[in-house]
Design a protein around this ligand. Structure first.
Ligand code: UDP
Length: 157
């Protein structure tokens, strides 16, 4: 594994799907130079929602969060690249779109804290990326390959 093989879990949430923003989200990550390693268009079950958001179980917004994330299909993805987890979080912007900087995905497309377009693994929680990838994907659903432009993205590729 080279230093640009870090994988992170990303999800276009139900509001992004309903608003036709999935292509835009994929496009931003793809043109940044991050590499798509897996994708699944799916409906999240109540059980999976509880597992994925287990850390928020005791929060007052938990029931609404589960209802929202199970309310329609999502695009679950794995993206790979140098420092991918932190880079995606930076591209997402702050959790509350009202606070997210313009130029970030949430800052450009959202206005509401609960309907904030995109999920990305927490880079401050070591192992969160691997945990979330395992929760949503089997190993054989993830693909390792060279992208043609890698030598133009990474000097040492
Ligand atoms: N959320 C919410 N109300 C809050 C805090 C969070 O509805 O007061 C939702 C929001 O959709 C957020 C998700 O719960 O994306 C998970 O919260 P977290 O703090 O993990 O933020 P994230 O990692 O998604 O930026």
């Amino acid at each position: 594994m080279s230093h640009h093989d870090e994988r992170t879990f990303v999800m276009a949430k139900p509001d992004a799907v309903q608003r036709g923003l999935t292509g835009e989200i994929v496009s931003r990550l793809e043109t940044r130079g991050l590499k798509l390693a897996g994708a699944k268009f799916m409906q999240i079950s109540e059980e999976l929602a509880h597992e994925h958001y287990a850390e928020h179980e005791d929060k007052p917004f938990f029931d609404d969060l589960v209802e929202f994330i199970t309310s329609g299909p999502v695009l679950a993805m794995v993206w790979e690249g140098a420092d991918a987890t932190r880079q995606v979080r930076q591209m997402m912007g702050a959790t509350d779109p009202a606070e997210a900087a313009p130029g970030t995905i949430r800052g450009d497309f959202g206005l509401d804290l609960s309907q904030n377009i995109i999920h990305g693994s927490d880079h401050e929680d070591p192992g969160a990326n691997e945990r979330e990838i395992d929760l949503f994907f089997d190993d054989e659903e993830l693909v390792s390959y060279e992208r043609a432009d890698e030598p133009w993205v990474y000097e040492d590729a």
